[in-house]
Design a protein around this ligand. Structure first.
Ligand code: AMP
Length: 547
C-alpha cells in the first residue's frame, strides 16, 4: 500500500523563496572585489535573483545549458547559484587556481554557453580566449562603475539586471534535473565532473542544516553569521549557500580577502560566529590571532575539512574558546560526509582526551552510508581496527561522472557504492579515521604507515609550522617516510629531536628517515598540500643511508 502524501519536487529556488519570506532579515555581507563592503538581505537577494533569471533568459540561456562562474565568494556568485539553477540551467563553478590546460579542458568538456567572471580573473580568460569556444560569452561580475578595461568583448552583470522584473515565474522542474557541475581537480589525468541535481542539493542542504545547524553558535540576539572561506568555486562551499538560508544564518563573503589579516578584520567587523575552511587557511588566521593578541570577538566555531586538521591546530583553537568541528567529504559527495559535532560523552572529557576524538574525521551525517572493504572487496568490521578502502552511498553522492563512462565504471562498485580512494577505519560508535589517500599511504617493508599520523605527530613539535610526510623509494624497504617541513621560527629541530618527539606515537621503523626544510609547501588548486608535486620535486632524492 502506498502512503497518501503529496510528492512535491525538491527545488533549489524554493530555498531562497522560503528564506526571503521566513528569514528575510538575514542575508549576505560581501567584501567586494573592489574593496567596498556591501550588505543585502535574502529578501533583496531573491528579488535580484528574479531579475538575473530574466537577464539569463534574455541572453538566450535555455534549460540544460551550462553557465560557468569564475569568481570569489560574493553576493553575485550566490545569486548565480540560484538564478541559473532556478531557470533549469546548470551552474558550472570553475576553480580559478586550475592550470590553464585543465581550465581549457573543462570549459570545452562542459560546453559552457556563458561565463560569469570576477574582474580579478579576467586576465586568465584573456590569456585563454583563443582556446575557448568562440560562442562563449563573458559577463563581468561588477556594476557599471567598476567594469575593468579589457580588450575582450564583455557584458556587465548589473547591465543584465537593469530594467528586469524581480518576479520570475519559476518553472516546476523535475527534482532530478541537473543543477550544478563541479570538476574534481584530479591530481592526475583530466578533471572529472560531478553533476548535482536539485534533489541532491536540497537533501544535502537539509542534512547540513539538521546536523550542523543546531551546533552553530549564535550572537546574543539569536543571529548567526557564517564566513565561508571554503570557495563557492569548489564543491558548493560545502553546501553553505543552500543550507544557510534554510537555517536563517547570514553569510559573510570574504571576496578576495583570504589572508589571515583580511579574514580577522572581516570577522571582527561583522561579528562572525562560525567560519568554514581548509587547514591551510586556518594557519593564516592563527598567525594573525597571535599578532592581534586575541581572536575575532564573536568567533566561537570553526568547521575544518578538505584535508586532515592537525591535532595541534585543533588544540590551539579550542584553548582560545573556539570549537573545532572536523568534517570530511569530497566533491563527489556534494561534499559533506561526516561531521565533528561531538556526543555528550566526549564533550565532558578533559581537553587532551577530547582531542583524541576531535582529530578523527567525525561521524557520518544521516543520509550517508559508509563501508570499508579489503582488496577483494570484502566488507570489514566497524571495530576501529580494521582498515580498508572507504566506499560511500547516499542521495547526495554521485552515481557517475559527467560524460565520462570510463571514470564512472572505475568509481562505482558492483553494489552501486562510490569508491572514495581514501583508506579508513570506523569504530563501534561510528567515528571515522581517514588513514590516508590510498596513493599517499607509505609502504615500508610490506607494512603501511599513515602519512596523516606522521604529520600530526611532527606538527605537535613547536618548531614545525607545517609539514608533509611522503614515501620515497628505498632499495631494501620499498619506501621509507621522510618529512618535508616548514620551520615555525629561526631554529630548526634536528632529525633526532623530531624523532624523539614523535616516538611516543610510533614504532621506531615508522619514524621518518630524513627531514627536508622548505620555505613553503606546494598547494593544490583546493588549498591542500600537493604531495604529487612534492614527489615530483623529490624525484631524484637519495635516501641518506643509500646516497
Ligand atoms: P575534494 O574532492 O577536493 O573535496 O577532496 C576530497 C578528499 O579530500 C577526500 O577524499 C580526502 O582524501 C580529503 N579530505 C577531505 N576532508 C578530509 C579530512 N577531514 N581529513 C582527511 N582528509 C580529508
Amino acid at each position: 500500500m502506498q502512503g497518501m502524501m503529496m510528492n512535491r519536487p525538491l527545488s533549489i529556488i524554493s530555498i531562497l523563496e522560503y528564506a526571503a519570506e521566513a528569514n528575510g532579515d538575514a542575508g549576505i555581507t560581501t567584501l567586494e572585489t573592489h574593496g567596498e563592503v556591501t550588505k543585502q538581505t535574502y529578501r533583496e537577494t531573491y528579488a535580484r535573483v528574479g531579475q538575473l533569471a530574466h537577464g539569463l533568459r534574455a541572453m538566450g540561456i535555455e534549460p540544460g545549458d551550462r553557465v560557468a562562474t569564475l569568481a570569489w565568494n560574493n553576493r553575485r556568485h550566490f545569486e548565480l547559484y540560484y538564478a541559473i539553477s532556478g531557470i533549469g540551467a546548470i551552474c558550472h563553478t570553475i576553480n580559478p587556481r586550475l592550470s590553464a590546460e585543465q581550465m581549457i579542458y573543462i570549459v570545452n568538456h562542459a560546453e559552457d554557453k556563458v561565463i560569469f567572471v570576477d574582474a580579478t580573473f579576467l586576465p586568465i580568460l584573456a590569456a585563454l580566449r583563443d582556446k575557448l569556444p568562440k560562442e562563449l560569452r563573458i559577463v563581468v561580475m561588477a556594476d557599471h562603475d567598476h567594469m575593468p578595461d579589457t580588450k575582450l568583448e564583455v557584458f556587465c552583470y548589473e547591465g543584465l539586471l537593469d530594467g528586469q522584473k524581480s518576479i520570475y515565474d519559476w518553472p516546476d522542474l523535475d527534482e532530478n534535473t541537473a543543477s550544478g557541475l563541479c570538476y574534481t581537480s584530479g591530481t592526475t589525468g583530466n578533471p572529472k565532473g560531478a553533476l548535482y541535481s536539485h534533489r541532491s542539493s536540497v537533501l544535502h542542504a537539509y542534512m547540513v542544516g539538521t546536523v550542523l545547524g543546531p551546533a552553530l553558535p549564535k550572537s546574543e540576539d539569536g543571529s548567526i553569521n557564517i564566513l565561508p572561506v571554503v570557495p563557492l568555486f569548489h564543491v558548493n562551499a560545502w553546501g553553505l549557500p543552500y543550507a544557510a538560508p534554510i537555517v536563517g544564518a547570514s553569510l559573510v563573503m570574504p571576496g578576495p580577502g583570504l589572508d589571515g589579516e583580511s579574514l580577522w578584520k572581516l570577522m571582527e567587523a561583522e561579528n562572525v560566529n562560525s567560519s568554514w575552511g581548509v587547514p591551510t587557511v586556518w594557519m593564516g588566521l592563527l598567525a594573525e590571532i597571535e599578532k592581534q593578541g586575541r581572536k575575532p570577538k564573536a568567533l566561537a566555531d570553526v568547521v575544518v575539512g578538505g584535508s586532515a586538521a592537525p591535532r595541534s591546530m585543533i588544540k590551539t583553537f579550542e584553548e582560545m574558546g573556539v570549537n573545532v568541528n572536523h568534517a570530511w567529504g569530497m566533491t563527489e559527495m556534494s561534499p559533506i560526509g561526516t561531521h565533528g559535532v561531538m556526543p555528550p560523552s566526549v564533550n565532558k572529557l578533559p581537553l587532551e582526551e577530547k582531542l583524541d576524538y576531535k582529530q578523527l574525521q567525525g561521524r557520518r551525517c544521516f543520509g550517508v552510508d559508509l563501508k570499508i572493504v579489503d582488496e577483494e572487496g570484502n566488507r570489514q568490521p566497524h571495530d576501529g581496527k580494521a582498515i580498508g578502502e572507504l566506499f560511500v552511498r547516499g542521495n547526495a553522492v554521485v552515481s557517475g561522472y559527467f560524460k565520462n563512462d570510463e571514470a564512472t565504471e572505475k568509481a562505482i562498485d558492483a553494489e552501486g557504492w562510490f569508491g572514495t580512494g581514501d583508506v579508513a577505519s570506523i569504530d563501534e560508535n561510528g567515528f571515522l579515521t581517514i588513514q590516508d589517500r590510498a596513493k599517499d599511504l607509505i609502504k615500508s617493508g610490506g607494512e603501511w604507515i599513515s602519512s596523516i599520523d606522521l604529520e600530526n605527530a611532527a606538527m605537535s613539535h613547536p618548531g614545525i609550522a607545517n609539514c608533509a610526510a611522503i614515501g620515497v623509494a628505498h632499495p631494501k624497504w620499498d619506501e621509507r617516510p621522510i618529512l618535508v617541513a616548514v620551520a615555525a621560527g629561526d631554529s630548526k629541530p634536528s632529525l633526532d629531536e623530531l624523532r624523539d618527539h614523535m616516538e611516543v606515537h610510533f614504532a621506531k621503523w615508522q619514524l621518518p628517515d630524513d627531514v627536508i626544510w622548505v620555505d613553503e609547501l606546494p598547494l593544490t588548486a583546493t588549498g591542500k598540500v600537493s604531495k604529487l608535486t612534492l614527489r615530483q620535486q623529490l624525484g631524484d632524492y637519495k635516501h641518506p643511508e643509500v646516497a
